[in-house]
Write a protein that binds this ligand. Sequence first.
Ligand code: NDP
Length: 334
Amino acid sequence: FNEIPVGYPVPGKTTVYDDSQTIDLDTVQLNGGILVKALSFSIDPYMRGLMRPASAKSYSPPYTIGEPLGNHGVGVVLRSENSSFKPGDHVWAYFPFQEYIVQTDVTNVRVLENKENLPWSTYVGAAGMPGQTSYLGWKACSKAKKGETVFVTTGAGPVGSIVAQLAKLDGLKVIASAGSDEKVEFMKKIGVDVAFNYKTTDTVKVLEEHGPIDIYWDNVGGSTLEAALDAANTFARFIECGMISQYNQASPYGVKNLMNIIAKRLSIHGFLIFDHMTPENAKEFYDTVPAMIAKGDIVFLEDKKYGLEKVGEAILDVQSGKNHGKSVIVVAEE
Ligand code: NDP
């Protein structure tokens, strides 16, 4: 991490690739931990929120200038000084973006069983944090009933597309938006009933025609949240998962119609995945979602880039909508 961005992060300026440091794999001290070879890293929208001054408080600590970025990744254990891990284990954790990682604190490192033999990159996407967000968020907050209508934003991305598929499995009518015609085609393929491009079609009009909505899965905030408030049914549930339209803006959009919350008795759920990853929920997630993926009940797209040199570009793509599917940095295949 090189510099706090103003507006969108700039590859090579906000973040830089640094190959000046090396680790001697045979002699590096593990201090009771593990040595991991990185395979895949996840690039997620929330990483933009970590590129802020240390003084700006939020729900997780910011990146430190001069230190590696970090996020969830999958790697393979090369050496271990901890009896819970052995060489060859594939592990998932929040890692620094390095080709090789010495992880001394292994509290949150998970050994992946992968009974379904999914490609390892799946575990940073549909079977990783974005999948956990969709599956556990939908379960905890939607109170979905067959025949209801849900509106899902960023409907072609990892979180939105999985929410849309879970909603279809529960028998709901799904309205979903995304920012290109190609993404609209993908949403139709996964069963979205009303799929539209919010850049060329007026969201207010779509919701007037196909609403009212009983559930709003918000990934974008701003004027779309305003449109959803106007289109909400009485007692609708709003799952406030993300507000990407605001992440690169200097001043926030002022939502004007909050009185709807009272008049329609809306439930507004602020949602952060880490509150929901209890040991019981994690077990349920890993017992259920990889099997659903293997069976074809959940399908997803990946947008892979190869090498840590591509991290800056991938971050910008996710913020600007150029990614098509789950953004993954592949560091090594095996
Ligand atoms: P995606 O891979 O779908 O990438 C984000 C997408 O947001 C882009 O591809 C783009 O798609 C869309 N976007 C960008 N700018 C705008 C804009 N101004 N208005 C509308 N859409 C925009 O991301 P994820 O599926 O990983 O994440 C989706 C959301 O979920 C994000 O808001 C993220 O912060 C949130 N999230 C929240 C979590 C939680 O615990 N609360 C955990 C994980 C994710 P398009 O082409 O459609 O515009």
